[in-house]
Design a protein around this ligand. Structure first.
Ligand code: C5P
Length: 333
């Protein structure tokens, strides 16, 4: 590559980094709010396992299209790439089974959390994934954390505890009965799964030169059938009685699309930015969610809740802060 093309590619990567971060912020806020709204509005309720399976299907088609674009929009090259990386390397494809299955359970648990927790508490509790990701990165990837990062993780736990123990309510949400305990357990388990899958995925991404879209084709190829099996195992009787798409309307489809877009954005952000910047995007999303839920769900914020949210947001920034090297050290030119 010439220096000119390298510079152009660098500038395009930078643009993609900021565009993906801003989009992820908005998307995170809108997804939390729409999942909550879809699960608590009156009327026929959709089956959440079907929505998870549908999101995986959307991601599969989107990634197949993105691989086709990467292959110069040539059908022959596209099929060649799929054949050599997926079909001819079944063991490598099977390695992706682990995160694929874990993400599937995680995505199902997030619907359980969104059905049982108010959206602001849900968004804040889900930030505990920063802690679980750090623990898995330290144990599985031998990453080293600096002391301020360990302190920030303690602040994060304190902030989530304050939010969980505060007595906040959405006056305007309806739908089936909710249990804070069920919601919290689901969110916490999703955090553990998110941390493990994220670190595992990073490990296999770094260990090969397969593109992120191709990896996502592998992920989705497995998660679509696994998702459909889960749907029938868990909700087979309701589906045979009411149908697979019961309760689906444009808003449910919008949520399904949002979920798929979110997954793809996570992949782009991890590739072009990093997990720390992803954390910042999520903390901005918390602020947007809290303000929006005051208007949408008649959410009343207490002092304890605001303090907890403040601690969580500060901890994310503290976790991402890297001190400048000391001036006594030789400076890089
Ligand atoms: O960061 P977090 O664990 O919340 O994001 C995980 C979400 O992103 C899951 O919904 C997963 O299905 C999706 N994902 C994806 N492709 C990746 C990584 C994550 O679709 N390469």
């Amino acid at each position: 590559m010439t220096s000119d093309t390298l510079a152009k590619k660098g500038a395009a990567d930078q643009t993609l980094k900021y565009v993906s971060l801003v989009t992820l912020t908005g998307q995170n806020a809108v997804l939390g709010l729409s999942m909550r709204y879809a699960r608590t509005r009156p009327g026929d309720m959709f089956i959440s396992t079907t929505a998870v399976a549908m999101s995986e299907l959307v991601k599969l088609f989107a990634c197949l299209l993105l691989v086709w674009n990467d292959e110069g929009k040539s059908l022959k090259n596209w099929w060649g790439a799929l054949d050599s990386t997926i079909i001819k390397q079944p063991i490598d494809t099977l390695k992706v089974c682990v995160p694929s299955f874990i993400y599937l359970i995680q995505n199902n648990l997030l619907y359980v959390a969104a059905s049982n927790l108010d959206v602001a508490t849900y968004q804040i509790t889900y930030q505990l994934k920063i802690l679980t990701t750090a623990v898995f990165a330290v144990t599985m990837l031998n990453k080293k954390l600096i002391s301020t990062q360990w302190i920030s993780l303690l602040i994060l736990i304190g902030g989530v505890a304050l939010v969980q123990l505060s007595d906040v309510k959405e006056q305007a949400s309806q739908g089936p009965e909710q249990s804070k305990m069920v919601g919290f357990t689901a969110a916490l388990t999703a955090c553990i799964l998110s941390g493990f899958a994220g670190v595992y995925f990073e490990k296999i991404l770094k260990g090969s030169d397969i593109s992120v879209w191709m990896r996502n084709v592998q992920l989705a190829l497995l998660s679509v059938p696994l998702g459909l099996i889960t749907t029938y195992l868990k909700d087979g009787s309701v589906i045979s009685e009411k149908g697979f798409f019961t309760g689906y309307d444009n808003f449910v489809w919008f949520t399904v699309m949002q979920n798929a877009l979110g997954g793809l954005l996570v992949a782009v952000v991890v590739k072009y930015a990093d997990n720390i910047l992803k954390g910042f995007a999520c903390s901005l999303a918390i602020i947007i969610t809290c303000i929006a839920s005051i208007f949408i769900f008649d959410f009343n914020v207490t002092v304890q809740f605001a303090l907890g949210a403040g601690l969580v947001i500060s901890s994310i920034f503290m976790y991402g802060y890297t001190p400048k090297p000391s001036s006594s050290l030789p400076q890089k030119m």
